[in-house]
Design a binder for this molecule. Sequence first.
Ligand code: NDP
Length: 448
Amino acid sequence: MKLTNEYLLNVLKAVEKRNPNEPEFIQAVTEVFVTLQPVIEKRPDVVEAGVIERLVEPERQIIFRVPWVDDSGAVKVNRGFRVQFNSAIGPYKGGIRLHPSVNLSIIKFLGFEQTFKNSLTTLPMGGGKGGSDFDPKGKSDAEIMRFCQSFMTELSRHIGADCDVPAGDIGVGAREVGYFFGQYKRLRNEFTGVLTGKGLTYGGSLARKQATGFGLCYYTNEMLKANGKSFKDQTVVVSGSGNVAIYACEKATELGAKVVAMSDSNGYVYDKDGIDLDAIKQIKEVERKRISEYLKYRPNAEYHEGSKNIWTVKCDIALPCATQNELDGVGAKALADNGCYCVSEGANMPSTPEAIEVYFAKGMLYGPAKAANAGGVATSGLEMTQNSMRLSWTFEEVDEKLKGIMVSIFKACDEYSKAYGMPGNYMAGANIAGFMKVAESMKAQGAV
Ligand code: NDP
Protein backbone atom coordinates (compact mmCIF):
# COMPACT_ATOMS: atom_id res chain seq x y z
CA MET A 1 0.00 0.00 0.00
CA LYS A 2 1.25 3.48 -0.86
CA LEU A 3 0.45 6.81 0.76
CA THR A 4 -1.53 8.79 -1.81
CA ASN A 5 -3.99 10.81 0.27
CA GLU A 6 -3.00 14.44 -0.28
CA TYR A 7 -3.92 15.65 3.19
CA LEU A 8 -1.93 12.89 4.93
CA LEU A 9 1.01 13.43 2.57
CA ASN A 10 1.09 17.10 3.59
CA VAL A 11 0.96 16.27 7.29
CA LEU A 12 3.76 13.73 6.80
CA LYS A 13 5.88 16.34 5.02
CA ALA A 14 5.42 18.69 7.97
CA VAL A 15 6.35 15.90 10.40
CA GLU A 16 9.52 15.20 8.42
CA LYS A 17 10.44 18.88 8.38
CA ARG A 18 9.81 19.35 12.08
CA ASN A 19 11.60 16.16 13.12
CA PRO A 20 14.76 15.82 11.03
CA ASN A 21 17.06 12.91 11.96
CA GLU A 22 14.22 10.87 13.44
CA PRO A 23 13.96 7.97 10.97
CA GLU A 24 12.28 5.49 13.31
CA PHE A 25 9.61 8.02 14.28
CA ILE A 26 8.92 8.89 10.63
CA GLN A 27 8.75 5.17 9.79
CA ALA A 28 6.12 4.56 12.48
CA VAL A 29 4.03 7.58 11.45
CA THR A 30 4.19 6.60 7.76
CA GLU A 31 2.98 3.07 8.48
CA VAL A 32 0.00 4.36 10.43
CA PHE A 33 -0.86 7.01 7.82
CA VAL A 34 -0.88 4.48 4.98
CA THR A 35 -3.52 2.44 6.77
CA LEU A 36 -5.58 5.45 7.92
CA GLN A 37 -6.28 6.64 4.36
CA PRO A 38 -9.76 5.08 4.10
CA VAL A 39 -10.68 6.52 7.53
CA ILE A 40 -9.66 10.04 6.54
CA GLU A 41 -11.77 9.77 3.41
CA LYS A 42 -14.84 8.70 5.44
CA ARG A 43 -14.38 11.05 8.43
CA PRO A 44 -13.88 14.74 7.49
CA ASP A 45 -14.84 15.66 11.09
CA VAL A 46 -11.61 14.05 12.34
CA VAL A 47 -9.60 16.13 9.89
CA GLU A 48 -11.45 19.32 10.86
CA ALA A 49 -10.74 18.71 14.55
CA GLY A 50 -7.00 18.62 13.79
CA VAL A 51 -6.74 15.16 15.33
CA ILE A 52 -3.99 13.97 12.98
CA GLU A 53 -1.76 17.03 13.44
CA ARG A 54 -2.14 16.73 17.21
CA LEU A 55 -1.53 12.97 17.26
CA VAL A 56 1.93 13.28 15.69
CA GLU A 57 3.15 15.91 18.15
CA PRO A 58 3.88 14.58 21.68
CA GLU A 59 2.11 16.46 24.46
CA ARG A 60 5.43 16.76 26.29
CA GLN A 61 9.04 15.61 25.79
CA ILE A 62 11.52 15.68 28.61
CA ILE A 63 15.26 15.22 28.07
CA PHE A 64 17.55 15.23 31.08
CA ARG A 65 21.07 14.59 32.34
CA VAL A 66 21.63 11.40 34.32
CA PRO A 67 24.89 11.63 36.28
CA TRP A 68 26.03 8.59 38.26
CA VAL A 69 29.22 7.26 39.82
CA ASP A 70 30.73 3.94 38.71
CA ASP A 71 32.46 1.41 40.96
CA SER A 72 35.86 3.01 40.41
CA GLY A 73 34.54 6.38 41.60
CA ALA A 74 34.42 7.95 38.11
CA VAL A 75 31.49 10.22 37.25
CA LYS A 76 29.50 9.08 34.19
CA VAL A 77 26.81 10.98 32.34
CA ASN A 78 23.95 9.51 30.31
CA ARG A 79 20.96 11.11 28.67
CA GLY A 80 17.43 10.38 29.94
CA PHE A 81 14.16 10.71 28.03
CA ARG A 82 10.45 10.64 28.81
CA VAL A 83 8.02 11.35 26.00
CA GLN A 84 4.43 11.84 27.17
CA PHE A 85 2.74 11.30 23.85
CA ASN A 86 -0.99 11.26 24.31
CA SER A 87 -3.29 11.34 27.34
CA ALA A 88 -6.66 11.40 25.53
CA ILE A 89 -7.88 8.10 26.99
CA GLY A 90 -5.88 7.80 30.22
CA PRO A 91 -2.63 8.56 32.05
CA TYR A 92 0.53 8.21 29.92
CA LYS A 93 1.70 4.59 30.02
CA GLY A 94 4.73 2.92 28.47
CA GLY A 95 8.04 1.35 29.36
CA ILE A 96 11.55 2.58 30.00
CA ARG A 97 14.30 1.27 27.71
CA LEU A 98 17.97 1.14 28.73
CA HIS A 99 20.14 0.48 25.69
CA PRO A 100 23.07 2.36 24.08
CA SER A 101 21.02 2.85 20.87
CA VAL A 102 18.33 4.92 22.66
CA ASN A 103 17.73 8.39 21.22
CA LEU A 104 14.75 10.73 20.81
CA SER A 105 13.67 9.14 17.52
CA ILE A 106 13.42 5.68 19.07
CA ILE A 107 11.58 6.88 22.16
CA LYS A 108 9.14 8.87 20.00
CA PHE A 109 8.37 5.97 17.66
CA LEU A 110 7.72 3.80 20.70
CA GLY A 111 5.53 6.43 22.38
CA PHE A 112 3.55 7.02 19.19
CA GLU A 113 2.88 3.29 18.70
CA GLN A 114 2.07 2.91 22.38
CA THR A 115 -0.86 5.31 22.03
CA PHE A 116 -2.63 2.99 19.57
CA LYS A 117 -1.59 -0.18 21.36
CA ASN A 118 -2.94 1.00 24.69
CA SER A 119 -6.18 2.00 23.04
CA LEU A 120 -6.51 -1.52 21.60
CA THR A 121 -6.24 -3.12 25.05
CA THR A 122 -9.68 -1.63 25.91
CA LEU A 123 -8.15 -0.24 29.14
CA PRO A 124 -7.92 3.50 29.98
CA MET A 125 -4.25 4.18 29.25
CA GLY A 126 -2.62 6.94 27.19
CA GLY A 127 0.71 6.60 25.37
CA GLY A 128 4.21 7.36 26.62
CA LYS A 129 7.73 5.95 26.58
CA GLY A 130 11.09 6.67 28.16
CA GLY A 131 14.63 5.50 28.39
CA SER A 132 18.30 6.23 28.37
CA ASP A 133 21.41 5.47 26.32
CA PHE A 134 22.84 3.79 29.44
CA ASP A 135 24.17 0.28 28.68
CA PRO A 136 23.38 -2.13 31.53
CA LYS A 137 25.60 -4.85 30.05
CA GLY A 138 28.65 -5.56 32.19
CA LYS A 139 27.58 -3.18 34.99
CA SER A 140 27.56 -4.31 38.61
CA ASP A 141 24.32 -4.39 40.63
CA ALA A 142 25.51 -1.36 42.57
CA GLU A 143 26.14 0.60 39.36
CA ILE A 144 22.69 -0.31 38.02
CA MET A 145 21.16 0.88 41.30
CA ARG A 146 23.00 4.20 41.28
CA PHE A 147 22.04 4.82 37.68
CA CYS A 148 18.36 3.97 38.32
CA GLN A 149 18.26 6.22 41.40
CA SER A 150 19.73 9.13 39.47
CA PHE A 151 17.34 8.58 36.54
CA MET A 152 14.35 8.52 38.88
CA THR A 153 15.50 11.60 40.80
CA GLU A 154 14.62 13.66 37.73
CA LEU A 155 11.83 11.48 36.35
CA SER A 156 9.92 11.60 39.66
CA ARG A 157 9.02 15.25 38.99
CA HIS A 158 7.07 14.25 35.90
CA ILE A 159 5.25 10.99 36.72
CA GLY A 160 2.57 9.78 39.12
CA ALA A 161 -0.07 7.07 39.51
CA ASP A 162 -2.74 9.25 37.84
CA CYS A 163 -0.40 11.08 35.46
CA ASP A 164 2.26 8.83 33.94
CA VAL A 165 3.02 5.21 34.85
CA PRO A 166 6.27 3.78 33.40
CA ALA A 167 7.17 0.07 33.19
CA GLY A 168 9.97 -2.13 31.80
CA ASP A 169 11.25 -2.56 28.27
CA ILE A 170 14.63 -3.60 26.81
CA GLY A 171 17.19 -3.60 29.63
CA VAL A 172 14.59 -2.97 32.33
CA GLY A 173 13.22 -5.93 34.28
CA ALA A 174 12.15 -6.50 37.88
CA ARG A 175 15.56 -5.46 39.29
CA GLU A 176 15.54 -2.03 37.61
CA VAL A 177 11.83 -1.42 38.31
CA GLY A 178 12.58 -2.16 41.98
CA TYR A 179 15.34 0.46 42.10
CA PHE A 180 13.13 3.01 40.28
CA PHE A 181 10.23 2.36 42.64
CA GLY A 182 12.38 2.56 45.78
CA GLN A 183 13.80 5.93 44.75
CA TYR A 184 10.38 7.32 43.78
CA LYS A 185 8.96 6.31 47.16
CA ARG A 186 11.87 7.88 49.02
CA LEU A 187 11.61 11.17 47.12
CA ARG A 188 7.83 11.52 47.17
CA ASN A 189 7.07 9.76 50.44
CA GLU A 190 4.18 7.88 48.89
CA PHE A 191 3.53 4.23 48.13
CA THR A 192 1.49 4.26 44.94
CA GLY A 193 1.17 2.30 41.71
CA VAL A 194 3.49 4.69 39.88
CA LEU A 195 5.33 1.90 38.06
CA THR A 196 4.22 -1.48 36.77
CA GLY A 197 6.27 -4.65 36.47
CA LYS A 198 6.98 -4.36 40.21
CA GLY A 199 8.13 -7.31 42.34
CA LEU A 200 5.37 -9.51 43.73
CA THR A 201 6.14 -8.60 47.35
CA TYR A 202 5.44 -4.88 46.83
CA GLY A 203 2.48 -4.49 44.51
CA GLY A 204 3.46 -6.33 41.35
CA SER A 205 0.96 -8.45 39.45
CA LEU A 206 1.24 -12.18 38.98
CA ALA A 207 1.68 -13.03 35.28
CA ARG A 208 3.07 -9.58 34.36
CA LYS A 209 6.49 -11.11 33.65
CA GLN A 210 4.96 -13.67 31.29
CA ALA A 211 2.33 -11.35 29.82
CA THR A 212 3.90 -10.01 26.62
CA GLY A 213 5.17 -13.41 25.44
CA PHE A 214 2.02 -15.28 26.51
CA GLY A 215 -0.18 -12.55 25.02
CA LEU A 216 1.72 -12.75 21.74
CA CYS A 217 0.93 -16.45 21.51
CA TYR A 218 -2.74 -15.94 22.48
CA TYR A 219 -3.09 -13.32 19.74
CA THR A 220 -1.22 -15.46 17.19
CA ASN A 221 -3.33 -18.46 18.11
CA GLU A 222 -6.52 -16.48 17.35
CA MET A 223 -5.07 -15.34 14.02
CA LEU A 224 -4.07 -18.93 13.16
CA LYS A 225 -7.51 -20.27 14.16
CA ALA A 226 -9.28 -17.67 12.02
CA ASN A 227 -7.25 -18.96 9.09
CA GLY A 228 -7.75 -22.68 9.73
CA LYS A 229 -4.39 -23.28 11.43
CA SER A 230 -2.91 -23.72 14.92
CA PHE A 231 0.42 -23.90 16.77
CA LYS A 232 0.13 -27.69 17.02
CA ASP A 233 3.17 -29.44 15.50
CA GLN A 234 4.43 -26.23 13.91
CA THR A 235 8.11 -25.29 13.83
CA VAL A 236 8.71 -21.86 15.32
CA VAL A 237 11.65 -19.44 15.34
CA VAL A 238 11.78 -16.82 18.13
CA SER A 239 14.36 -14.03 17.92
CA GLY A 240 15.79 -12.51 21.09
CA SER A 241 16.13 -14.28 24.44
CA GLY A 242 14.88 -11.59 26.79
CA ASN A 243 11.62 -11.20 28.65
CA VAL A 244 9.30 -11.32 25.63
CA ALA A 245 11.17 -14.07 23.78
CA ILE A 246 11.44 -16.42 26.76
CA TYR A 247 7.73 -16.41 27.54
CA ALA A 248 6.72 -16.54 23.88
CA CYS A 249 8.85 -19.68 23.60
CA GLU A 250 7.23 -21.13 26.73
CA LYS A 251 3.64 -20.55 25.57
CA ALA A 252 4.22 -21.60 21.94
CA THR A 253 5.69 -24.87 23.24
CA GLU A 254 2.72 -25.33 25.60
CA LEU A 255 0.39 -24.84 22.62
CA GLY A 256 2.06 -27.74 20.81
CA ALA A 257 4.75 -26.04 18.71
CA LYS A 258 8.48 -26.79 18.59
CA VAL A 259 10.71 -23.71 18.95
CA VAL A 260 14.02 -24.49 17.20
CA ALA A 261 15.94 -21.19 17.34
CA MET A 262 16.52 -18.18 19.63
CA SER A 263 19.07 -15.35 19.53
CA ASP A 264 20.75 -12.43 21.25
CA SER A 265 22.50 -9.45 19.70
CA ASN A 266 25.63 -11.55 19.00
CA GLY A 267 24.19 -14.64 17.32
CA TYR A 268 21.60 -17.39 17.34
CA VAL A 269 21.27 -21.00 18.48
CA TYR A 270 19.58 -23.70 16.43
CA ASP A 271 18.40 -26.79 18.26
CA LYS A 272 16.60 -29.22 15.99
CA ASP A 273 15.24 -31.13 19.00
CA GLY A 274 13.50 -28.03 20.36
CA ILE A 275 14.93 -25.26 22.56
CA ASP A 276 15.64 -26.21 26.18
CA LEU A 277 14.00 -23.22 27.82
CA ASP A 278 15.34 -24.02 31.31
CA ALA A 279 18.84 -23.62 29.88
CA ILE A 280 17.93 -20.29 28.26
CA LYS A 281 16.37 -19.02 31.51
CA GLN A 282 19.46 -20.04 33.46
CA ILE A 283 21.78 -18.26 30.99
CA LYS A 284 19.68 -15.11 30.52
CA GLU A 285 17.61 -14.60 33.68
CA VAL A 286 20.05 -15.94 36.28
CA GLU A 287 23.59 -15.62 34.90
CA ARG A 288 22.97 -12.73 32.42
CA LYS A 289 25.39 -14.31 29.92
CA ARG A 290 25.55 -14.73 26.11
CA ILE A 291 23.34 -17.21 24.27
CA SER A 292 26.45 -19.00 22.91
CA GLU A 293 26.64 -20.60 26.40
CA TYR A 294 23.65 -22.73 25.33
CA LEU A 295 26.00 -25.28 23.76
CA LYS A 296 27.28 -26.15 27.25
CA TYR A 297 23.78 -27.41 28.05
CA ARG A 298 22.98 -28.88 24.63
CA PRO A 299 26.23 -29.86 22.84
CA ASN A 300 24.31 -31.11 19.79
CA ALA A 301 22.81 -27.68 19.09
CA GLU A 302 24.46 -25.17 16.74
CA TYR A 303 25.59 -21.61 17.48
CA HIS A 304 25.89 -19.11 14.62
CA GLU A 305 27.52 -15.71 14.95
CA GLY A 306 25.31 -12.85 13.65
CA SER A 307 21.70 -12.60 14.85
CA LYS A 308 20.16 -11.55 11.50
CA ASN A 309 20.72 -14.98 9.96
CA ILE A 310 18.18 -16.49 12.32
CA TRP A 311 15.61 -15.83 9.56
CA THR A 312 17.33 -18.41 7.33
CA VAL A 313 16.22 -21.17 9.73
CA LYS A 314 13.34 -23.14 8.20
CA CYS A 315 10.10 -22.65 10.13
CA ASP A 316 6.32 -22.36 9.80
CA ILE A 317 5.88 -19.43 12.19
CA ALA A 318 8.33 -16.63 13.05
CA LEU A 319 8.02 -14.57 16.23
CA PRO A 320 10.47 -11.62 16.16
CA CYS A 321 10.91 -10.65 19.84
CA ALA A 322 14.20 -8.70 19.98
CA THR A 323 14.15 -5.13 18.67
CA GLN A 324 13.07 -2.65 15.97
CA ASN A 325 13.96 -3.32 12.32
CA GLU A 326 15.54 -6.68 13.12
CA LEU A 327 13.71 -8.36 10.20
CA ASP A 328 14.35 -6.76 6.81
CA GLY A 329 13.25 -7.57 3.24
CA VAL A 330 16.04 -10.14 2.81
CA GLY A 331 15.11 -11.89 6.05
CA ALA A 332 11.41 -11.88 5.14
CA LYS A 333 12.15 -13.36 1.74
CA ALA A 334 14.31 -16.09 3.31
CA LEU A 335 11.45 -16.95 5.66
CA ALA A 336 8.91 -17.08 2.82
CA ASP A 337 11.21 -19.15 0.58
CA ASN A 338 11.57 -21.70 3.39
CA GLY A 339 7.80 -22.08 3.74
CA CYS A 340 7.12 -19.76 6.68
CA TYR A 341 3.48 -18.63 6.44
CA CYS A 342 3.07 -16.51 9.56
CA VAL A 343 5.03 -13.66 11.20
CA SER A 344 3.71 -12.29 14.47
CA GLU A 345 5.56 -9.52 16.31
CA GLY A 346 6.59 -9.63 19.97
CA ALA A 347 9.07 -6.77 19.61
CA ASN A 348 8.03 -3.23 18.67
CA MET A 349 8.31 -2.50 14.92
CA PRO A 350 10.68 -5.45 14.30
CA SER A 351 9.79 -5.62 10.58
CA THR A 352 11.09 -3.04 8.13
CA PRO A 353 8.62 -1.67 5.53
CA GLU A 354 10.32 -3.92 2.93
CA ALA A 355 9.71 -6.98 5.11
CA ILE A 356 6.03 -6.07 5.50
CA GLU A 357 5.74 -5.78 1.72
CA VAL A 358 7.07 -9.32 1.41
CA TYR A 359 4.50 -10.64 3.92
CA PHE A 360 1.63 -9.15 1.91
CA ALA A 361 3.07 -10.09 -1.49
CA LYS A 362 3.45 -13.72 -0.38
CA GLY A 363 0.04 -13.87 1.33
CA MET A 364 1.57 -14.58 4.75
CA LEU A 365 -0.36 -14.04 7.98
CA TYR A 366 1.01 -10.93 9.68
CA GLY A 367 0.35 -10.06 13.34
CA PRO A 368 1.46 -6.44 13.85
CA ALA A 369 3.27 -5.48 17.07
CA LYS A 370 0.72 -2.91 18.23
CA ALA A 371 -1.84 -5.67 18.56
CA ALA A 372 0.22 -8.82 19.00
CA ASN A 373 2.46 -7.59 21.84
CA ALA A 374 -0.19 -5.53 23.66
CA GLY A 375 -0.49 -8.21 26.36
CA GLY A 376 2.36 -6.68 28.36
CA VAL A 377 0.84 -3.28 28.73
CA ALA A 378 -2.64 -4.78 29.15
CA THR A 379 -1.38 -6.69 32.17
CA SER A 380 0.34 -3.53 33.40
CA GLY A 381 -3.15 -2.01 33.24
CA LEU A 382 -4.41 -4.92 35.34
CA GLU A 383 -1.55 -4.27 37.80
CA MET A 384 -2.73 -0.64 38.08
CA THR A 385 -6.28 -1.85 38.78
CA GLN A 386 -5.07 -4.22 41.50
CA ASN A 387 -2.96 -1.43 43.06
CA SER A 388 -5.95 0.92 43.11
CA MET A 389 -8.13 -1.73 44.74
CA ARG A 390 -5.29 -2.68 47.10
CA LEU A 391 -5.68 -6.39 46.41
CA SER A 392 -4.12 -8.96 44.12
CA TRP A 393 -5.55 -11.50 41.75
CA THR A 394 -4.23 -15.05 41.32
CA PHE A 395 -2.02 -16.01 38.37
CA GLU A 396 -4.96 -17.83 36.80
CA GLU A 397 -7.26 -14.80 37.14
CA VAL A 398 -4.76 -12.45 35.50
CA ASP A 399 -3.90 -14.97 32.77
CA GLU A 400 -7.58 -15.49 32.01
CA LYS A 401 -8.16 -11.72 31.73
CA LEU A 402 -5.06 -11.41 29.52
CA LYS A 403 -6.36 -14.15 27.24
CA GLY A 404 -9.74 -12.42 27.00
CA ILE A 405 -8.07 -9.12 26.09
CA MET A 406 -5.90 -10.71 23.37
CA VAL A 407 -8.93 -12.46 21.88
CA SER A 408 -10.82 -9.17 21.79
CA ILE A 409 -7.83 -7.36 20.25
CA PHE A 410 -7.68 -9.91 17.44
CA LYS A 411 -11.45 -9.57 16.94
CA ALA A 412 -11.10 -5.79 16.65
CA CYS A 413 -8.25 -6.12 14.11
CA ASP A 414 -10.28 -8.59 12.08
CA GLU A 415 -13.51 -6.57 12.17
CA TYR A 416 -11.90 -3.22 11.34
CA SER A 417 -9.87 -4.74 8.50
CA LYS A 418 -13.11 -6.03 6.99
CA ALA A 419 -15.12 -2.84 7.67
CA TYR A 420 -12.55 -0.78 5.77
CA GLY A 421 -12.27 -3.15 2.82
CA MET A 422 -8.93 -4.79 3.68
CA PRO A 423 -9.87 -8.25 5.05
CA GLY A 424 -6.91 -10.13 6.49
CA ASN A 425 -4.80 -6.97 6.74
CA TYR A 426 -4.51 -7.01 10.54
CA MET A 427 -1.98 -4.16 10.45
CA ALA A 428 -4.64 -1.87 8.99
CA GLY A 429 -7.25 -3.32 11.36
CA ALA A 430 -5.04 -2.66 14.42
CA ASN A 431 -4.13 0.88 13.38
CA ILE A 432 -7.72 1.86 12.59
CA ALA A 433 -9.24 0.23 15.69
CA GLY A 434 -6.62 1.84 17.95
CA PHE A 435 -6.98 5.19 16.22
CA MET A 436 -10.78 5.48 16.36
CA LYS A 437 -11.06 5.47 20.15
CA VAL A 438 -8.24 7.99 20.57
CA ALA A 439 -9.59 10.21 17.78
CA GLU A 440 -13.14 10.29 19.22
CA SER A 441 -11.73 11.18 22.65
CA MET A 442 -9.50 13.93 21.27
CA LYS A 443 -12.42 15.38 19.32
CA ALA A 444 -14.67 15.33 22.37
CA GLN A 445 -12.07 17.06 24.56
CA GLY A 446 -11.54 19.96 22.15
CA ALA A 447 -8.29 21.41 20.81
CA VAL A 448 -6.01 20.52 23.72
P1 NDP B 1 14.99 -7.64 27.01
O1 NDP B 1 16.00 -6.61 27.33
O2 NDP B 1 14.50 -8.53 28.07
O3 NDP B 1 15.52 -8.56 25.81
C1 NDP B 1 15.87 -8.03 24.58
C2 NDP B 1 16.41 -9.16 23.72
O4 NDP B 1 16.61 -8.68 22.39
C3 NDP B 1 17.76 -9.66 24.20
O5 NDP B 1 17.90 -11.03 23.90
C4 NDP B 1 18.73 -8.81 23.38
O6 NDP B 1 20.01 -9.38 23.20
C5 NDP B 1 18.00 -8.77 22.06
N1 NDP B 1 18.40 -7.57 21.29
C6 NDP B 1 18.39 -6.27 21.68
N2 NDP B 1 18.86 -5.46 20.71
C7 NDP B 1 19.18 -6.27 19.69
C8 NDP B 1 19.71 -6.05 18.41
N3 NDP B 1 20.04 -4.81 17.99
N4 NDP B 1 19.89 -7.15 17.61
C9 NDP B 1 19.55 -8.39 18.03
N5 NDP B 1 19.05 -8.65 19.24
C10 NDP B 1 18.88 -7.62 20.06
O7 NDP B 1 13.77 -6.83 26.32
P2 NDP B 1 12.26 -7.28 26.14
O8 NDP B 1 12.19 -8.75 25.89
O9 NDP B 1 11.48 -6.68 27.24
O10 NDP B 1 11.86 -6.47 24.81
C11 NDP B 1 12.04 -7.02 23.51
C12 NDP B 1 11.16 -6.27 22.53
O11 NDP B 1 9.79 -6.39 22.92
C13 NDP B 1 11.42 -4.76 22.42
O12 NDP B 1 11.16 -4.35 21.12
C14 NDP B 1 10.38 -4.17 23.36
O13 NDP B 1 10.08 -2.84 23.05
C15 NDP B 1 9.21 -5.09 23.07
N6 NDP B 1 8.17 -5.14 24.09
C16 NDP B 1 8.46 -5.46 25.37
C17 NDP B 1 7.46 -5.53 26.31
C18 NDP B 1 7.69 -6.00 27.70
O14 NDP B 1 6.71 -6.20 28.42
N7 NDP B 1 8.92 -6.22 28.13
C19 NDP B 1 6.06 -5.16 25.97
C20 NDP B 1 5.86 -4.90 24.56
C21 NDP B 1 6.90 -4.87 23.68
P3 NDP B 1 21.27 -8.78 24.03
O15 NDP B 1 21.10 -9.28 25.41
O16 NDP B 1 22.46 -9.31 23.31
O17 NDP B 1 21.18 -7.26 23.93
